[in-house]
Design a protein around this ligand. Structure first.
Ligand SMILES: *Cc1c(COP(=O)(O)O)cnc(C)c1O
Length: 244
């Protein structure tokens, strides 16, 4: 089922390189993150063997299930899903280095408390809802700067940038608006020079829209389908409130 993973990765790497060239950027400026929801450990292993190093899950349950099977092969793990406060403890048992989906202060405070107990730190991206779609998580753009300030005041959380899921639309100009908005927000917040905040990362762009995201300055693109194939579970399962 995952026999195409290697050639799919090569194609995505080419798309990233071409998009970088088209916008005068260096391919090294853009990290490829593999969105591995619903992909079993053996599929992920193929991608890691092909040389990929950055993967991310949407659910703590899947993180737990695959962790042991992958721990012998070096890689970095981010978290990109809606995170409920009662799952933080479990998440922290696994060596996740960045939570890209921080979208509310309650979550940040709980994270802070749990991390302080073990004197650990965590990289954080603030997820912004740039599409205005209700089904998507993320802080409202007008509240993003305040949330960054509040999170940055929690010493164990290191804010590194912003994340968004673009509008699902065949109209690329509408999609571009989302990514452009995130970039403007990033620059505005960077100009505030908030202590402890490094507004470097822009995590945006997925299988269908990574070229637009790279043109707008993405530093991390998150790709699932174009590498692992169609998922059996609809994304609404991951992107709506009603999940475990
Ligand atoms: C699933 C997912 C992706 C990848 O989406 P594809 O369209 O499969 O490439 C990216 N970001 C988030 C937050 C996701 O949940």
């Amino acid at each position: 089922m995952y026999q195409d993973v290697n050639s799919n990765i090569a194609k995505i790497r080419q798309r990233i390189a071409a998009a970088c060239i088209a916008s005068g950027r260096l391919p090294e400026e853009v990290r490829l993150l593999l969105a591995t929801k619903t992909v079993p450990a053996n599929g992920i292993r193929m991608a890691l063997k092909a040389g990929e190093t950055l993967i991310a899950e949407n659910r703590v349950q899947e993180l737990k299930e695959k962790w042991d099977a992958l721990k012998d092969i070096p890689h970095e793990h981010h978290f990109i899903g809606h995170l409920q406060t009662n799952k933080i403890k479990d998440l922290l048992k696994h060596d996740v280095t960045c939570i890209q989906s921080a979208d509310r202060i309650e979550l940040a405070e709980k994270l802070y408390q749990q991390l302080s107990a073990t004197s650990r730190t965590m990289d954080i991206l603030i997820q912004v809802n740039t599409s205005g779609e209700e089904s998507k998580f993320g802080v409202h753009p007008s509240h993003a700067a305040d949330l960054v300030k509040q999170v940055a005041a929690l010493g164990t959380l290191k804010v590194k940038g912003l994340m968004t899921i673009g509008l699902f639309s065949a109209d690329s100009e509408e999609v571009r608006k989302c990514f452009h908005m995130l970039r403007i927000l990033r620059d505005e917040i960077a100009a505030m020079d908030i202590p402890g905040v490094e507004m470097k990362e822009l995590s945006m762009g997925m299988s269908s829209d990574l070229e637009i995201a790279i043109a707008e300055g993405a530093t991390i693109v998150r790709v699932g389908t174009a590498i692992f194939g169609q998922r059996p579970t609809p994304d609404s399962f991951y992107w709506n409130e009603k999940q475990d």
